[in-house]
Design a protein around this ligand. Sequence first.
Ligand SMILES: [Zn+2]
Length: 265
Amino acid sequence: MGHSPRTRPCPLCAGTARGLLFCRDSWDVVECASCSMVYLAQEIPYSTQLDEHEFADSYVREHQRRKQKHPLLLAISGRTRKLKPEIGDRLLAQTLRWWPAAKGGKLLDFGCGDGKFLEKAAQYFAVTGVEISPRLAQMAAARVPGARIIRAPITEAALPAGAFDVVTQFSVLEHEWRPLDALRAAHRALAPAGITVLKVPNHASWNRHIMRADWCGYRLPDHCNYFTPRTLAAMLRSAGFTPLPGSLFDRFPTSDSLWLAARKM
Ligand SMILES: [Zn+2]
């Protein structure tokens, strides 16, 4: 396959004792024996990842594979998706729920992709994006002319300390080889009492228990962290955040997504 994977310790507690949940194409999904964090046991460098495992390619591959194995379930989930509000609007609504529009301020978006969310957020905030993919960073810069787009991995981006009111992390922490470092970077970048709003796949969902290794949240090796409400809250606390009461929206096992907001104390 061309990559040379390294063994990865638990991204939450740094432990190395773990149990194997399943293996696919030589990738091991494991559960930490100390803290129950579920994660990908191998790690590949960012550069290799960009060359060989572009996010979009792996999405198409997984979609095709699931379509063959579970045509009915996929058809149902495809239909439900059309009933949901446009995703960018939902991300903005969740953000404004924890940081009212009237307060305004500076927003930093980790993993801003092609800038669809930044474009909406720019109506209320001065916006900055961090994006690892050069192609997507270029699209974001073109889409949101007033935005500053930093082209780097989150954990290597040069960010001003204490400069932001809100850090958004939508569908990004599950991709980070060092998610705790990413949360610490968010913590440093935030002003006191600033907030972060996150969305990740929910490893505690019923759908995951039913679909097992064929669950839509498993994308190997793109998704290397698999959070439950408990492990996400624990990692946020380790980074110095306090999860906000009532912010575990969609935490119920019926949802494949997990939302959480936390404050820098
Ligand atoms: Zn652990």
